[in-house]
Design a protein around this ligand. Sequence first.
Ligand code: 5AD
Ligand code: SF4
Length: 483
Amino acid sequence: MTTPHNGKLFIETVGCQMNMLDSELVVGALRKQGYSLTDDVREADTVLFNTCSVREHAEHKIYSALGRLKFSKQARPNQVIGVLGCMAQKDQELVFQRAPHVDLVVGTGQLAEVPKLIDSARERRERSLAVSLDRKEGGRAAVSDSFQSYDPLREPEMRPTPHQAFVRIVIGCDKFCTYCVVPMTRGPEQSRPPRDIRHEVQVLADQGVKEVTLLGQTVNSYKHTQDGRLFRLSDLVEQIHEVDGILRLKFVTNFPKDMTDDLLQAVRDLPKCAQYLHVPAQSGCNEMLKRMKRGYTVEDYREMMGRIRSTLPNAAISSDFIVGFCGETEEAHQKSLDLIRECRFKNSFIFKYSPRPGTKAFELYADDVPEETKKHRNNEMLAVQNQISAEDNARFIGSDVEVLVEGPSRNELKRGDTTSSTGPVQLTGRTTCDRIVVFDGNPRLAGTLAQIQVDDCTPTTLIGQIVTREVQHGSSTLLPILV
Ligand code: 5AD
Ligand code: SF4
């Protein structure tokens, strides 16, 4: 049993969507105990950092934030400071050595323990370390068991918007790309039972969620046998598609080698599926791909793109690239630019290689591309991608797109209170192909589908105005809308 509490909780989350979901679940559990959220760290008696280890920079940010809290803790000895997530699993005791005022270090597989550990830190001033087994510390089953799936409670306030929710379907990763810490920080790949996932989506739909994003580091590797039947991601998507109230369904992140035809056909045939696939290529050079141990060649990636384009001609594809990986020559870099030009990604997330202790690349290869070169390649790649994004967005000018309205835009939120506003404000939403659209409208439209006429664009955003609104109940007639 954990103690009822009326304290204030500050939580900072860095990293991927998986971390955002973990924070939602931790906050859900703590709210249930009576905690309330604050965005002012100075008034919090519990301060949590949900951390990322994918690049060194993300870790530095957390250690600096922890450093700043040393004095606040001296002034408030009752304060409990916790480090959660990937960096906790990776650094373990080292977190206490680098930041002795930290009370708890809790890995990605132990997050259900957080409420109990906060209590014992406060009551007994006991420090605690709760992490899963390292991948070499036991057999596969034992290591998997030590990474608990943690998906019990939901906290709408922590979601990107009240109408959008993440649902974890695959925990961990078994690909072991040589640059990546995720197989260590999130443990072995495990697919959750379809029954549990479907139930979770149903609960979310009952709470008013309209868009569900299924999460996995390699989401399309999903495989689970239930009642003697094998469920692939395509089967799961088909099941979730039946849940009433859900208007849109996405899944990230895809692994190129696992992009099978049955999945592409499901996306084609099920109208709630977003026409959008995030399939990181990482490099356009075979030698680099081999060193990264990605398990495919540029030719394989190209073949996959061909299948996507022929099955889903209107789908948008996005990618991740690493620039300046060990041994990357100028020629190799140019091959990555060529792949971007050839595939015309909707957008690419570009990262400068960051050597990570514990990975194969760290052990085997020198980080031999100078920082200046990494920066230069990063900028060059961004420029190539931006030009493509701008050209592709411009093709939408003059046409209508269907948008799932998310709510007031970031500009609008910066300007202040939007809930009491009576007139139209700047809203944002996304097309089925994941393009961001801004337009003026009533904030009450959040969570509905709207038709937007596109008038203008930037490389990242379509700009338009509402023309019609779909009636939510009853017929699907399109009516002119007055905003
Ligand atoms: N350095 C730079 N980028 C990395 N990524 C993963 N590990 C590293 C690293 N060590 C990138 C990959 C991955 C994305 C989430 O982060 O591109 O797809
Ligand atoms: Fe990391 Fe590769 Fe797994 Fe993605 S597929 S999480 S890059 S090891």
